[in-house]
Design a protein around this ligand. Structure first.
Ligand SMILES: [Zn+2]
Ligand SMILES: [Zn+2]
Length: 347
């Protein structure tokens, strides 16, 4: 079969792969994959690093395939079209999120809740992701990216932005919003929340003055440690930090009727807590994954907001360093991997 492709595609590429949980990613040389029907091959221009990547690397997501190329916030340019591809042309800039494929036929898929499809395949978990020079994607699950952001700045929108958005919606149409864990997702959600006229209260690791200053720069009217109580009751809180002990802490801070949203895919155990914290129709819920509709709505809204992402770029080869920085919390905004300087792997 003849595939439509750009000239000069190499035969091999660099990919950072996880072979065994708990080990650093290895730098592997792999064949550049050929797109199957409905797939596009992308030359990766940027891939942001998400806390979920850390959970994959640490073996906390047992569903992950091994070996696997992590990375599910991919910005790339289409360099080869699989059979039947019609949405994108060669050279198009697209974004690839966590949701990589769904069955399309189950109740969840048919009800517009494809984020819950039990057969869903996730980028950088079941499907090789963007910590590589090239990546495959199903064109139906890619997003066209507005011009407003350059490649590296757009990458964090694809998970931190999308999940931030889904969690904001789950928090309800409320005024006083608490954000626990002020990293990549919160720094985007705070801007959207301010644009919508909400009041933002930011909770960081205790004593993390830099993160508290960052939160105030982005419009939080109060920022403090997660061990502190906010100056007034909140209407809802979103937990971006994967720390189960924050659930009762957040319940203590929300008013009756308020919602606590757990936005991460993995969290340490939630300690037991007095029922009185939940009483008063408080709600604890999670949000899982994203739908394509979330993505379309978020990207349109992000343009109206004029959303800006704060990023720190690392070379692809330094993916392990980027993961270590995320783990230690010594990051302002989001870490983004960009192609190594110099020539790519040649045929
Ligand atoms: Zn993510
Ligand atoms: Zn399904």
């Amino acid at each position: 079969m003849n595939l439509v492709r750009v000239a000069g595609l190499p035969a091999a590429m660099l990919a950072l792969r996880l072979h065994r949980p708990g080990e650093p990613l290895r730098t592997d040389q792999l064949p550049v994959p050929a797109p199957g029907p409905g797939q596009v091959l992308l030359r990766v221009a940027a891939c942001a690093v998400c806390r979920t990547d850390l959970h994959v690397v640490d073996g906390e997501l047992p569903q992950a395939r091994l070996p696997i190329v992590p990375g599910h916030e991919i910005v790339g340019r289409v360099v080869c079209l699989g059979e039947g591809v019609g949405r994108f042309e060669l050279g198009a800039r697209v974004g690839v999120p966590w949701l990589g494929w769904t069955c399309g036929g189950c109740g969840y898929c048919l009800e517009g809740r494809e984020n819950l499809c039990r057969k869903a395949r996730f980028t950088g978990c079941h499907l090789d992701g963007g910590f590589a020079e090239y990546a495959l994607a199903d064109e139906r699950f890619c997003f066209a990216l507005p011009e407003l952001w350059d490649d590296a700045s757009a990458a964090p929108l694809l998970c931190a932005g999308l999940i931030g958005q889904r969690s904001l919606r789950a928090a309800g149409d409320v005024q006083r919003l608490g954000l626990y864990g002020f990293g990549a997702a919160a720094h985007i959600a705070a801007q959207v929340a301010r644009f919508e006229g909400r009041r933002v209260f930011a909770f960081t690791r205790p004593g993390d003055r830099a993160a508290q200053d960052f939160a105030r720069e982005l419009g939080a009217e109060w920022a403090g440690g997660s061990d502190e109580r906010p100056p007034e009751e909140l209407d809802a809180a979103i937990l971006y930090a994967p720390v189960g002990a924050l659930v009762p802490a957040a319940l203590r801070s929300v008013a009756p009727g308020g919602t606590v949203v757990c936005a991460g895919i993995h969290m340490s155990d939630i300690p037991s807590f007095p029922y009185a914290l939940l009483w008063g129709e408080r709600v604890v819920r999670s949000v899982a994954n994203l739908t394509r509709r979330d993505g379309e709505e978020f990207l349109a809204l992000a343009q109206r907001v004029g959303l800006r992402t704060e990023i720190q770029c690392f070379a692809l080869r330094d993916a392990n360093q980027a993961l270590a920085r995320l783990r230690s919390g010594r990051l302002r905004g989001a870490a983004v991997l960009v192609p190594d300087p110099g020539p790519r792997v040649s045929p």
